[in-house]
Design a protein. Sequence first.
Length: 263
Amino acid sequence: MCRHLAFLGPPVTLRALLVEPPWGLYRQAWAPRMQRHGTVNADGFGVGWYAPGDPVPARLRGGGPIWGDPSFADVARVTRSGAVLAAVRSATAGNAGGPGAAAPFAGGPDEPWLFSHNGALTDWGRSLDGPAGALPVAALLALEARCDSALLWGLVLHRLRGGAEPGEALTEVVREVAERVPGRMNLLLTDGRTVAATAWGDTLFVRRGWPPPAGPGPVGTVIASEPFDDAPGWEEVPDGSVVTAAAGDAPRVRPITATTVPV
Ligand code: GLN
């Protein structure tokens, strides 16, 4: 399934983060090394980033392969950011296509969130009445696409708007959905200052200290489906966990306790 990545740290170009590493997300679109489901990620891509002094992210998304997008290379070369979330998509059969179904998903025009889902839910359209029924109709109508990932984002956003912490919102949604439908739910969420991610059925890694520190100052953190190079420092997040990280702090990994297990 898809591959995704979030970064918090000293500002870098999108190109340095996504394209230049030998096994970067850009290359993972056609040559992922650890993908367990699907082969290539050519059904869409998206990059979301934060500009200094603006808490609301910008997004560039497309419904086709990242390497075929006419704007990505230019934007990636000239855009620097200290907080980024990006994804390349291998669409699950039955889900909508197009840029609206490509992560990152976002909140309203003045909200700070970016969200991605790597995984798939089985038969979600028929089986998720329980948790989805807890969403106001307006929230269901506001979903960006008819897609399992967009629905999961709706469920997470509803909890964030209710005051849940990011890691708590992801954990609650994974638990609640896993009780009803089998699926894989590697979720990734940032507000530009913190990142939360779940490992629930697919690979997930954390690396502290990227880019290599040029001097004293906050250390960068990357959370990604798979390492983008073979340098030391990548740590695998155990399946069935939630990881939270804030700029400069060591990431925290906790188990997601649930009555069911990832499939
Ligand atoms: N199921 C989601 C979709 O169709 C995510 C796919 C993935 O992880 N490859 O977009």
